[in-house]
Each structure stands twice: as structure tokens, then as C-alpha cells.
Design a protein around this ligand. Sequence first.
Ligand SMILES: [Zn+2]
Length: 228
Amino acid sequence: MQIIKLLKEIVLTYAGPNAVGIVDLLHDKKNVNEFLIAKKLNLTINQTRNILYKLADEGLVSFIRKKDKKKGGWYTYFWTLNISKSLSRYKEKIESDINNLKSQLTSKKTRTFYFCKNCHIEYNEENALLNEYTCPECGEILAIKDPSEAIDHINKEKEKIDSLKKLIDSELELVNDKEGKSRIRKMKAEVKKKEEERRKKRKLKAKEREKEKKKIKPLKKKKKTSKK
Ligand SMILES: [Zn+2]
């Protein structure tokens, strides 16, 4: 599934390779016991918590905690992966990466860069001038760097990230759509439940009224008889 791959990449970005397995454990579940996560990932509870805290800092996972009497009253944490939040958090990062590449591209296109043929060190205009266009390491005269290779490289990088952003957008739409539908389903179920409760109440009241009537009837008869 595309979304799993994407979530794994997101988790990898924020918490490193040890964390990636968390996606398989959490993606279609809620409130998973941290000791179970540690066991399944083959990590210590502290390593596991470090990973989860890192992810929680970015809003990718959330937790509930319960006091565990068996463990001396310590809290046990139960974790849930926030898929929609993970995607939108990652989208923010991707967008800032894209902006970075754009400004790099502008810089490569509008400014002159120099380099030393021997040491392969690059200098911008200011630093080249400061060193009087001479390599401070070996004394070689600095040459002007042809920017086309760097521009190609940045463009390729940007293409990759652009398509990643498209993928995130479409997955985000799917997830939000799903969440929207399940919200509507829940609302409908709620309405149905309330209707059911009202119906039961009405039935109960009707029964009570029926009982009252039965109680009242003989009274009326008595009244009638007393009048006669
Ligand atoms: Zn040099």
C-alpha cells in the first residue's frame, strides 16, 4: 500500500531507521501498549519511548496513559499513529525543502561561484574576492565554476520532491475523505441512537399513561356511582 510506504518514510525522517517498524504496528490500530511495541521492535522500553517521544514532538503519534498497579503504580503509555497529521506535518517539511531548492537555484543562476581545480573547494563571490581569487590551500588561481551541472542536479532533486508532494496531497485527500465519511457515519449512528431512545421513552410513557388510565377508570366509576 502506498500510504504505508509513505508513513515509513515520514517516520524514518523524524526518528531514524529503528523507528520504521512502528508503522506496521500502529497504522490500523489504536492505543497500542508500549511494551508490546518494544517487544515487536526488539528494542528496550527506553529506546522505544525515545522514538515515540520524538514522533510525538512532531505530532505524528499521540498517547493515553494508565496507571499500572502491577508495575508499582507506574504509568503505561498506549500509542496511536495520527495518519492525517503525519502527512500534513511532512507536507510542511517538503514545502520548505522545495523553497530551499528554489532559492538555491536562483543563487546558482544569478551569482558567480569560483573553484580550485586542485582542491575542488567552491567559493562564492565574496570569499573568492577575500582570497584575491587565489586558493588559500594551494595557491592556484580560482576558476569560474560553470553552474549548469549544479542547476541540473537541483532541478532533478526538485522534480523528485515535487512528485513526492503530489503523492502526499493525494494520500492526504484520501485520508481526510475517509475521516470525513467516518465522522458522518458516526453522526448518523448517533442520530439513530437518539431516535431509538426517544422512541423507547415514548413507548414507556404510553405504557405509563395506559396504567394511569386503568387506575383512573375505576375511580371515575366510583364517582359516577356516588353521584347517583
Ligand atoms: Zn587549491
